[in-house]
Design a protein around this ligand. Structure first.
Ligand code: ADP
Length: 269
């Protein structure tokens, strides 16, 4: 632990300076603790797929191709665990980068409705398990990195599908609300308690371990969404009811509106 400087009595300026230095030391310490926890959680998460891969490799070494079914099953498991591990490493690298320096971003003017429309079309084609509905309000522009924003929205859609029953509805919505651009994903799934809602954006936090293990969760998806939204000076809103469903919204500063509102159109007539 870093030592705090004792604050001398009487001298105002010196006192203030020391308070500031102590505050800086506190922050450094928190950041260091977070980093240490991140590394230890990350190693822990990487150990599981490694142990599985080693286990199957040992089975193959012991039994060779004597039992072809076991041989094929072992190889398949090794391949799928390697994929899991690669996925995990990609996410870890993204978050680690975000801690140390700014991620390499390319900010452009994005037509929000066009982006959301495209994501909806791609999702309908790729995910047959749910009914995806598109709700589009007045259009607006966002200054942002389109690849990153798409990544964040897709992660929310993936979660909506993961944590709800097949064939239920998922609503993808883009609108202007209170002067901000708001992109929301709403599902009719298992919901999140108020207690958990405070923590699901923390790295490695998973509500129900047995369930997320079954769905291949890493607990990193929402931490990445949060990081992406922060890079865009935005914030995240969550509205959820247990067993009813969840709505997670990304709220972003808008560049300009692209279409006039109905009210303005009427005025212009
Ligand atoms: P994971 O890879 O486990 O899905 P995330 O960071 O994406 O990790 O999400 C963290 C946890 O938040 C999940 O494990 C899940 O418990 C909960 N969660 C996320 N999205 C939803 C949702 N739409 N409905 C219910 N629970 C959710």
């Amino acid at each position: 632990l870093s030592k705090r400087i004792e604050v001398p009595k009487g001298e105002d300026e010196l006192q203030n300076l020391i308070l500031i230095i102590n505050e800086m030391l506190d922050r450094l310490e928190t950041s260091f603790e977070n980093q240490t926890k991140f590394v230890s959680d990350a190693s822990h998460e990487l150990r599981t797929p490694l142990a599985i891969i080693k286990g199957y490799a040992e089975i193959i070494r012991k039994r060779g191709t004597a039992d072809i079914d076991i041989f094929v099953e072992s190889i398949d498991s090794i391949i799928s665990e390697t994929d899991n591990m690669r996925n995990l490493i990609q996410k870890l690298l993204f978050l680690a980068k975000g801690e140390i320096t700014k991620i390499n971003t390319k900010f452009i003017d994005i037509d929000a409705n066009e982006m959301v429309h495209q994501i909806h079309s791609d999702t309908v084609v790729s995910t047959k398990t749910h009914s995806f509905h598109l709700e589009m309000g007045e259009n607006y522009k966002i200054k942002g990195d389109e690849t990153l924003l798409q990544q964040a929205i897709r992660a929310l859609i993936e979660n909506a599908a993961k944590y709800s029953e097949p064939h239920t509805n998922i609503y993808i919505k883009s609108a202007i609300k209170d002067g901000f651009g708001q992109i929301s994903i709403r599902d009719e799934g298992i919901g999140i308690s108020d207690e958990d809602a405070k923590r699901i954006f923390d790295r490695f936090y998973r509500v129900d371990l047995s369930r997320t293990k079954a769905t291949g969760g890493t607990g990193l998806g929402l931490a990445i969404v949060k990081r992406i939204v922060e890079i865009h000076n935005g914030r995240i809103k969550i509205n959820s009811k247990m067993d009813k469903g969840t709505e997670i919204s990304i709220v972003l500063p808008i560049g300009e509106t692209l279409e006039k509102t109905e009210e303005e159109n009427i005025k212009n007539v």
